[in-house]
Design a protein around this ligand. Structure first.
Ligand SMILES: Cc1ncc(C[n+]2csc(CCOP(=O)(O)OP(=O)(O)O)c2C)c(N)n1
Length: 668
């Protein structure tokens, strides 16, 4: 078979013989490794999955070779070749495939689903292409600090149909970020050909929609890949923004080990085999007189032996230990808790306390920055960022496009790069498009990749403002269900500022819920210390002492509980109110101790009841405080419906003082 020729033209012409050998070696390593993994999988010696990128070696190695060592790569399941060229070792890869304790995922994810952040590769996850917004966020951090780091967001052509990809590329285009988007068009997304995946002739045609340049290149020509990648990276590094590169290539095998790829016809396969990237590279290296066929053969033998030996070694390494699973969910805080003598105070309402907290946090640490819709010049839909754009400018109070998934994912990347991002959701109802990034990326980074993600997602929650089903959510149960994120919901200005400061200083993703009915509620105005201070995350508070019954509640419902307690007092019922303040981690002790004292429990929540925080607290007390109860636990919640608009419906939906009083009286 006659192999199509390739020749060096641009940046690749400057590479030394040794550098070219390195590139060749990494391509060959990928091929031999994946070939062996595939055989092991088919022979039943490897559990899980394999996603061979055999045939795409020039794209993989070329992408990495065009990047600077300090640049960061966010890729997918198919990118082992890039990871190899970025310096990830055979040992690390083998340990991951066997799910071992010392592998990059510590056994928590298998096969090629890992990254080694310290070597410049972001964590690979299954949902496609979820590392793209994270790469964009790293680029944002690079732009802010002037570090010169370029981020590469890579995926297959199939993944470019996702909102995640479009939001990423749009955000990078709008903010002129140092990102290179690479798309390895290997002809098939699983079994689906290009024409069923996108409507334009090429993936690259889409770049016009984002105002960025694009190139379509031969992804099997190592020199062209290196040249174009290098140029795009340098452009990005020099402040000229993103480029989209479509690398046209072909995978020799099926999507995964189990897939025989019968959807590829012989003609297509033959076309591509003539363009095998390794054979083309070898031909050109021989033609230039750099290396001989014998050298390729002996490298082949060496690598094959090393791969076999490494895989045998990895099989017998230490297995992960189940008892580490729970402790590894969260990063341990090491920085000291901020103290404040409270000597200087000001009376503030709830939103003023939040704005004051944001201002002081940004003043104190230049790594703190904010992102969200209309938060800059306009100062936010509720004016929570009042005065901050003027004071800190557009690089720290960033107006984003409507792109919750994009900018929440970008916060993950910025946090990994050393920033402390605070994301504002215009309404917490719009957390849904961001949930993938919150749960797949933010919540799993520490557990799966050992990297802390200190970020805060804050915004208005709750009903009572006639805002209907899409601007009224209480999302605490929805969020609390996902391991790896903390959830806080303050009920007064003091706690609002203190919990915000604690959230920003926490090393983990914290969801910070602001009930919008509290923002300007006059009767909860109070003195708030000036200067930073913290309210400990995970600690509830007794807001009223009592002896007959405990009401456990939080956020907007604390005021309702307080009013109900006053009325019940007239009937001789002495209520204790526990404001849990934090949903995750839950202060179990304060709840159980109070129930032990009062022997009666009412749980009051604004969120709908099924599978909710109220259910969780009820289950906690049933399990650990049952013998202290005199009566069944009562829950006061809305019905299990959506939140309605019409005043008469909304009023009936939200738990009222009357409903609490009635429920408690019925219990006595
Ligand atoms: C959001 C999402 N949907 C579906 C899948 C299942 N899936 C895994 S790989 C794949 C095909 C991906 O094709 P492409 O993006 O072209 O990349 P390739 O596998 O060809 O490298 C699909 C559908 C997924 N991982 N993520």
């Amino acid at each position: 078979m006659k192999i199509e020729k390739i020749t060096r033209k641009g940046y690749s012409s400057t590479l030394s013989k040794e550098q070219l050998w390195d590139v060749y070696k990494s391509m060959k390593t990928q091929r031999l490794l994946e070939d062996r993994l595939l055989k092991m999988y088919k022979g039943g010696q490897l559990s899980g999955a394999v996603y061979p990128g055999i045939g795409q070696e020039a794209s993989m190695a070329g992408i990495a070779a065009g990047m600077a060592d300090t640049d960061i790569f966010g890729g997918t399941h198919r990118d082992l070749g890039v990871q190899i060229k970025k310096g990830v070792t055979l040992k690390e890869i083998a340990l991951n495939f066997f799910g071992k304790h010392d592998g990059p995922s510590k056994g928590r994810d298998g096969n090629s689903h890992f990254g080694v952040v310290d070597k410049g590769t972001l964590m690979v996850v299954s949902p496609l292409p979820d590392s793209a917004p994270v790469a964009v966020g790293w680029a944002l951090a690079s732009q802010q600090s002037g570090s010169g780091v370029v981020a590469v967001a890579n995926c297959g052509e199939g993944a470019t149909a996702t909102g995640t990809w479009h939001e990423s590329i749009n955000m990078a285009g709008v903010l002129n970020l140092p990102v290179v988007f690479t798309v390895q068009n290997n002809q098939f997304a699983y079994s689906s050909p290009n024409e069923t995946e996108f409507g334009t002739p090429n993936v690259a045609d889409r770049a016009a929609g984002y105002g960025i340049p694009a190139k379509i290149i031969d992804g099997n020509d190592i020199y062209e890949v290196i040249d174009v990648m290098h140029e795009a990276c340098e452009n990005a590094r020099n402040g000229n923004g993103p480029t989209l590169i479509e690398l046209v290539t072909f995978r020799h095998y099926g999507h995964a080990g189990h897939d025989p790829a019968e959807y590829v016809n012989d003609e297509v396969r033959e076309f591509w085999m003539k363009r095998d990237p390794i054979a083309r590279f070898e031909d050109s290296l021989v033609e230039e007189g750099f290396f001989t066929t014998e050298q390729f053969v002996s490298l082949n033998e060496e690598l094959d032996a090393e791969i076999k030996e490494t895989l045998d070694w990895a099989k017998n390494q230490k297995d992960p230990e189940p008892q580490n699973e729970v402790p590894d969910m969260f990063a341990e805080r090491t920085n000291p808790v901020i103290q404040n003598d409270g000597s200087s105070k000001e009376t503030m309402n709830f939103i003023e306390a939040i704005t004051n907290g944001l201002d002081e946090l940004m003043e104190d640490d230049e790594n703190v920055f904010m992102m969200g819709e209309d938060i800059g010049v306009f100062e936010g839909a509720f004016k929570a960022t009042k005065g901050l754009f003027n004071k800190y400018g557009p690089f720290r109070v960033i107006d984003t496009s409507i792109s919750e998934g994009g900018f929440t994912g970008a916060a993950v990347g910025a946090a990994l790069a050393g920033k402390k991002p605070i994301v504002e959701l215009q309404f917490y109802d719009f957390v849904y498009p961001a949930l993938d990034q919150i749960t797949t990326e933010a919540a799993k980074y520490h557990w799966k990749a050992g990297k802390a993600v200190p970020m805060v997602v804050r915004g208005p929650t709750g009903a009572g403002t006639r805002s209907g089903p899409f601007h009224s959510i209480s999302p605490e149960s929805l969020l609390a269900h996902h391991p790896g994120i903390k959830v806080v919901a303050p009920s007064n200005p003091y706690d609002a500022k203190g919990l915000l400061v604690a959230a920003v200083n926490d090393l983990n993703p914290v969801m910070y819920l602001e009930h919008k009915k509290l923002y300007r509620k006059p009767d909860i105005k109070m003195e708030v210390p000036l200067g930073l201070y913290e309210v400990e995350i995970g600690k509830g508070k007794i807001v009223k002492k009592g002896s007959d019954l405990t009401i456990v509640t939080w956020s907007g419902m604390v005021s309702v509980a307080t009013e109900a307690a006053k009325q019940l007092e007239n009937d001789g019922i002495n209520v204790e109110i526990v404001d849990i303040r934090t949903i995750v981690p839950l202060d179990e002790e304060i709840i159980l101790t109070s129930v032990e004292k009062t022997s009666n429990l009412c749980i009051l929540q604004e969120d709908v009841p099924f599978s909710s925080v109220a259910s969780e607290i009820s289950s906690l007390v049933a399990e650990k405080g049952f013998w202290n109860l005199d009566n069944p636990i009562v829950k006061v919640t809305p019905p299990n419906t959506h939140i309605p608009f019409a005043p008469v419906l909304e009023d009936a939906f939200i738990p009222s003082v009357e409903k609490v009083v009635k429920a408690v009286k019925e219990l006595q």
